[in-house]
Ligand binder design. Sequence first.
Ligand code: ADP
Ligand code: UDP
Length: 236
Amino acid sequence: MEIKEMLYEGKAKRVYATENPEVLLVDYKDDATAFNGLKKGTISGKGAINNRVTNYMMKILEQKGVPTHFVEELSERRTLVKKVSIVPLEVIIRNISAGSFAKRYGVEEGIAFDEPTIEFSYKNDDLGDPLINSYHAIALKLATKEEIETIKNMAFKVNEVMKAYFKELNVDLVDFKLEFGRLTDGTIVLADEISPDTCRFWDSETHEKLDKDRFRRDLGNVEDAYKEMMKRILGE
Ligand code: ADP
Ligand code: UDP
């Protein structure tokens, strides 16, 4: 597959066109940012880990009936994906209180919910990804009512599959962010990534954080946490 021009450079990945107009190449970087780009750094080896972890999770989800953008892993850091038009929503599922939820509602971190929650942020860096509800998303024409319904159902399904999967690895899936996109025929598929950058993972016994919070909060051993998650998921 011939690689063509770079279409987009984001905070964590570069996206290239390929000779197939329906396929993109994603190249994962070691760059790390937090707080809407205010905190910047590098996490050595992160790109390769996030690429491999994302693809592994996408394959499991496909097997469980969740359509995804995954096509083929080309190398440590590079993967072919189906080109989608991204629905500009960050879809956040939570099982346990943490992060902005704990802050916003003035509760401690670590409260296990009876039912998972869902929330949406409008993907717009200039506005700082503001929290919006599904009515706002429809009013802003970010997605149709039917698409929102599909996205909600798929996001909760992803949560059920991932929660069960991580439980076996002795990891509590605290919360995570998903992105969805439309294929040319309008089908909604899961896109972007699923990695320690986009999920909160806590060791079930020690409650040690094994995700990007180690970088956000300067907890140290950031690289080790990413490596530990890759080891538990991929066995290496
Ligand atoms: P950001 O834009 O937040 O800095 P990244 O560095 O992760 O994020 O850049 C990757 C970009 O590619 C994101 O904007 C994401 O929405 C987009 N993207 C992910 N999967 C696909 C896909 N299958 N087709 C088109 N765009 C995608
Ligand atoms: N998240 C993400 N990208 C974002 C915002 C959040 O991947 O731009 C993930 C984050 O890693 C966590 C979940 O979504 O797993 C919930 O994040 P939260 O709303 O608590 O925000 P944060 O504490 O990251 O500001």
